[in-house]
Write a protein that binds this ligand. Structure first.
Ligand code: DOR
Length: 364
């Protein structure tokens, strides 16, 4: 098949370091199938799923089930993180010997790892066994009173534990100027730390009342994140795609269904408004996250060539959550004007998403 990309821009397809697809346990919010379709519509062909499912991903059985189902669906490459804390059982790490047979990533089970000793032990385990610790750094004893302090303290702790243990640490959805500064210092120090920022934390501030963890922050935080991207410190965009039903949102569930709006938001804010190059955006949406996810090893030999996204960058349009293929329509950005539309996503040479606009564009 010959694909007519005239007027469009071809980029390597995107890889997401932070995604929630809710299976098993919360299929009414999202399934592996609806999530995969949403990812493909967002230009993504690889996602790292978090472990806060029910049951949590604290065994190779649950993890392999997700991975195998993802393969059957076949739209995007699904990686699944295991959990550090073992669900409500909590404080033992015995399950990690089993978990590591199925994944290279460990993270929390939905509630951040508050126990310092447990995190210390987990990081030692991770270093000894070549695992990557993904820290959400959002829950803390201070979470009820001061979410900024909570994120900062957890970030500082995990960087210190990274220094002490030598574990490979990836910090998820970093949102404060203080955390950004401390992570940059850790990188300068040569610690094995990477970090991601989300599209929503650069597109909305706290004047937008919408529940998400970490919360939407202040302009100074947005400025610090964008500056860190400009200086090449930010490793990846992680969508923290967190689909919920309208009912669950009403009852206070935190999160934004964000994988379908990630590229337009990043393109609009970073490239259009802040002069960051498309190459630099591509580096944090494709190249770096692929490396973090371990997808860059022997790409061609393993048949990963042909992972491409075609985007249209000249036409302004409004975000419309009713068009989301994700079950989660929860976004605070409905009606916001953006540039950058994913027109086609190609994985391993196969078209996994084609936008309606692609064909109407052909008819012009
Ligand atoms: O707002 C959030 N919701 N942040 C997270 O990190 C988790 C997520 C969820 O699972 O709903």
């Amino acid at each position: 098949e010959i694909i007519d990309g005239r007027g469009l821009t071809a980029l390597p397809s995107f890889a997401d370091t932070h995604t929630h697809f809710r299976e098993p346990g919360f299929e009414y919010k999202e399934t592996l199938e609806t999530g995969s379709k949403a990812a493909a519509r967002g230009g993504y062909t690889s996602v790292l799923l978090m472990g806060n499912t029910n049951p949590p991903c604290s065994s190779s059985k649950v993890i392999n089930k997700v991975i195998n189902k993802g393969k059957e669906i076949g739209l995007v490459e699904i990686l699944q993180a295991g959990t550090i804390s073992d669900g409500i059982k909590g404080e033992s790490l015995d399950h990690l010997d089993d978990v590591r047979t199925a994944t290279s990533f460990i993270t929390d089970d939905g509630k951040g790892v508050m126990n310092d000793k447990l995190m210390y032990d987990a990081m030692n385990y991770a270093r000894e066994n070549g695992l990557i610790v993904v820290s959400h750094a959002e829950d803390h004893y201070f979470s009820d009173t001061d979410m900024r302090l909570a994120e900062n303290l957890m970030t500082f702790r995990d960087i210190d534990l990274c220094r002490i243990t030598g574990a490979r640490l990836h910090l998820a959805h970093v949102s404060t100027v203080e955390a950004v500064e401390r992570i940059i210092a850790a990188k300068e120090e040569g610690l094995p730390v990477t970090f991601e920022v989300t599209p929503h934390h650069i597109f909305g501030d706290s004047s937008l009342v919408y529940r998400v963890n970490p919360p939407l922050r202040e302009q100074k935080d947005i400025d610090a994140i964008i500056e860190a991207i400009r200086e090449g410190y930010v490793d990846s965009i992680g969508t923290d795609h967190a689909p919920h039903t309208a009912e669950d949102k009403k009852n206070g569930s935190p999160g934004i269904s964000g994988i379908e709006t990630s590229f337009p938001i990043c393109y609009t804010v970073l490239v259009r408004q802040n002069g960051i190059t498309l190459n630099e955006l591509s580096r944090i949406m494709s190249e770096n996250p692929s490396r973090i996810l371990g997808l860059n090893k022997g790409l061609i030999e393993e048949g990963y060539e042909g992972d491409i996204v075609l985007v249209e960058t000249d036409t302004e349009y409004e975000i419309d959550s009713s068009q989301f293929v994700s079950k989660g329509k929860n976004t605070p950005f409905d009606g916001r004007k953006v540039f950058g539309k994913v027109m086609m996503t190609i994985k391993h040479g196969n078209i996994v998403y084609k936008g309606a606009d692609y064909d109407s564009r052909q008819a012009l």
